[in-house]
Write a protein that binds this ligand. Structure first.
Ligand code: ADP
Ligand code: MN
Ligand code: MN
Ligand code: MN
Length: 362
């Protein structure tokens, strides 16, 4: 029997891209073919020359439809089959290839906020809910709005075969998190974008919107991030500590380039409050959730493992953050190539901190 393929792509909306999708019926026994769309309706073309190409790059079972139906994540190409300017995956593919010998791996913690009728889901029509405190990993009563959507989304990710690792309620009421990993430079982006699409699609059925806004509510409420956990083969190996420290130091040499590409509104989120480090002052430290980059306590004990870049916003493009981290960290560990190519980056003072009392685990 013919089956349904849901083609998903990333549009050209500024400053933060949105997801789009449309359905194609594919004949029994055939693979989802290259397809196209009207780029003039997605901020990806002018009306006069509006054909953009959808190139399937990642396919998985569609957990919301029949057993033969699929989700098809696509790259957007120009009519001449070159990558469209809004296509950030193509650059990630190139960098992943260049630094393949490092075997970079990622786990991304996606935070987000449910909204309904213009306010966070479950918030009163007038005023505010009780202050932050009981919501992080909370249970019970009316204080955990959205759990039914989280449950449906987790199940959908599992059925799709995505690398979902867990979920938790976040510090602000109506805010939640899921983690995707441990996956390669390009794969983590493919699967996180697909998981975001599933979340938005499932929330539709509940009459709820998903916001990836970095600071959805101003004031004394937590923002939403996408902590990006990273390792190379060297970091994971016995004695990987030196490579982890070298990775932290490398991130400290390209601070602004990363901040500028870690999502819209990052300066509103990385204020130094609410378990963040100020965006302008790069730091790293063991178990330190008030630093830009955290080395988890267990990693410090084992002297091997991974580092956590806490700066990316919830609305970051995972293809961009993964590409940048590989470029910066693996690039710094490949001196012959980078020394010749790159002008020395401005050094920003790196604050080395050791275990300060960790606030509530997030
Ligand atoms: P926390 O909330 O304490 O920061 P989470 O449990 O939410 O931590 O997320 C930890 C993340 O670290 C997961 O996404 C996981 O995939 C990732 N991770 C664990 N080990 C590695 C590794 N060796 N390389 C890259 N990422 C890793
Ligand atoms: Mn984290
Ligand atoms: Mn979190
Ligand atoms: Mn987490």
């Amino acid at each position: 029997m013919a089956y349904q393929a849901e083609y998903i792509w990333i549009d050209g909306t500024e400053p933060t891209r949105k997801l789009r999708s449309k359905t194609r019926i594919v004949a029994d026994g055939k693979k989802p073919p290259v397809w196209g769309f009207d780029g003039s309706s997605t901020n990806q073309a002018t009306g006069h020359f509006s054909d953009c190409v959808l190139q399937p790059v990642f396919t998985c079972p569609d957990p919301l439809r029949g057993p033969n139906d699929v989700l098809v994540m696509c790259e957007v190409l120009n009519a001449d089959m070159t990558p469209h300017p809004t296509n950030t995956r193509a650059a990630a593919v190139a960098v992943a290839k260049q630094f393949a010998s490092f075997e970079p791996m990622f786990g991304i913690e996606q935070e987000y906020t449910f909204f309904q009728e213009g306010r966070p889901y479950g918030w009163p029509e007038v005023g505010f809910p009780a202050p932050q405190g009981p919501y992080y990993c909370g249970v019970g009563g009316a204080k955990m709005p959205g759990r039914e959507i989280v449950e449906a989304h987790t199940l959908a990710c599992l059925r799709a075969g995505l690398g979902i690792e867990g979920t938790n309620a976040e510090v602000m009421m109506g805010q939640w998190e899921f983690q995707i990993g441990i996956l390669g430079t390009v794969e983590v982006g493919d699967q996180l974008w697909t998981a975001r699409w599933l979340l938005e699609r499932i929330a539709e059925d509940f009459g709820v919107d998903v916001s990836f806004d970095a600071k959805p509510i101003k004031g004394d409420w937590n923002g939403a991030g996408a902590h990006t956990n990273f390792s190379t083969k060297q970091m994971r190996a016995s004695g990987g500590w030196d490579a982890i420290i070298a990775g932290c130091e490398a991130l400290g040499t390209r601070v602004l380039e990363h901040i500028d590409n870690y999502g819209e509104g990052i300066k509103d989120r990385l204020t130094g409050a609410h378990e963040t480090a100020p965006w302008s002052k790069f730091s790293y430290g063991v178990s330190d959730r008030g630093s830009s980059v955290r080395i988890p306590g267990g990693v410090a004990r084992d002297k091997r493992g991974y580092l956590e870049d806490r700066r990316p916003n919830a609305n970051v493009d995972p293809y961009v953050v993964a590409r940048l981290m590989v470029e910066t960290i693996c690039g710094a560990a490949t001196p012959t190539r980078t020394a010749a190519k790159k002008a020395p980056a401005k050094k920003v003072a790196a604050k080395k901190t050791t275990a300060r009392k960790a606030p509530a685990r997030r």
